[in-house]
Design a protein around this ligand. Sequence first.
Ligand code: LLP
Length: 421
Amino acid sequence: MKKNICFTTKVKKKVLPRSKILYLIKKYKTPMWIYNADIIIKQIKKLKKFDIIRFAQKSCSNIHILKLMKSYNIKVDAVSLGEIKRAFIAGFKSNNNDIVFTSDIIENKVLKVVIKNNIPVNAGSIDMLKKIGKISPKHPIWIRINPKFGDGHHIKTNTGGENSKHGIWNTDEALSVIKKYDLNLIGLHIHIGSGINEKNLYNICNSMKKYAIKINKKIKFISAGGGLNIPYRSRDKKINIDNYFKKWNETKKIISSILNCSIQLEIEPGRFLVGQSGILVAKVYSVKKMGQNIFVILNSGFNDLIRPILYGSYHKISVLHKNKKKIKNNTIIKSIIAGPLCESGDVFTLKKTGVIFHRKIPKVSPGDYIIIHDTGAYGSSMSSNYNSRPLIPEILYKKNKFKLIRRRQKIKEMLELETSV
Ligand code: LLP
């Protein structure tokens, strides 16, 4: 049991100092998400050598985050009509390679919008190519290749190989459909999963080279996909971005010289750009002893942050005492941090197997606060209304100022979909 205990006392300073979080708690109440724009900007700068950075907005799709991305010349990926609309509202244009629609299916209402706006489509199935080709010959197309291997921090985030539904397996068939319908093939894309092992990041390069040579068409873009992990635990290694870029840039040059065309290199991260910028702030409502276990129960559960129950994901947890005097009292408790939902799995401290584990935290009592770190990616964007709890506010900290970028949903708004029919 002991080796699974993690120990965090202070709120990581790099996100926000204590006083600022307390100010926001007073103003917006808990639970809430806070993002620090400086961290996002720092991450963007690390990838600047790539010709194009395309933000996988599913990781954090708030329109104001998209606007921030746009102001740094980042492009955007969209995987649904909702995400296309978000991109438009944030100011991304349709005719500027700003948006690429990536999916394995294309529904009629999406098809209409991508055709009307000439949005390039990154096709993950032959059926999608046929559907577009039949009504929009010459449409700009990428092929999302399934390179027959995948990786990910969890089996559910592995997007390659035959156990994954993603991408096109048979590129010869894709090419013949592209030819038949006179589609305009502009790019090749490989994304093997999310939170992948560094060595597999490099393996994608070799695959890309192999497929580009086999396909042998003059293309404009290749995409390295996303998947770059972040250090959730202090012992986690950071990716060596310089080496990663070097390897991809060599790959681009080789493909470009073999195909005799100029190619732009894209990267498509979500987590890497926003993960470390976000925290979830919740309030302690109960500290319960259940036999040997101490449960610290918060007002935020997997309706807000689903990653622990879904993948057994680890997030650093720290304590913010309501009262400064208590900070001096450094009694440590081994606790299980849980949410308010009417479901036993509503626990933030779970192992990959789903079994609960303890964290050492400073003693807390009702009224204190818990900060769950590195929740900027796949935090808010994966939240739900489970147990009929409304969506919580999002706040962006930028240049020493705070901006409410999503207000708390009202229960009335949540119920309106049903009361208004
Ligand atoms: N490109 C494509 C085609 C993707 O499907 C994804 C993520 C990305 C890029 C961005 O991947 P990233 O750089 O963020 O790893 N909910 C899971 C992650 C699911 C990722 C889905 N696709 C989690 O919380 O870990």
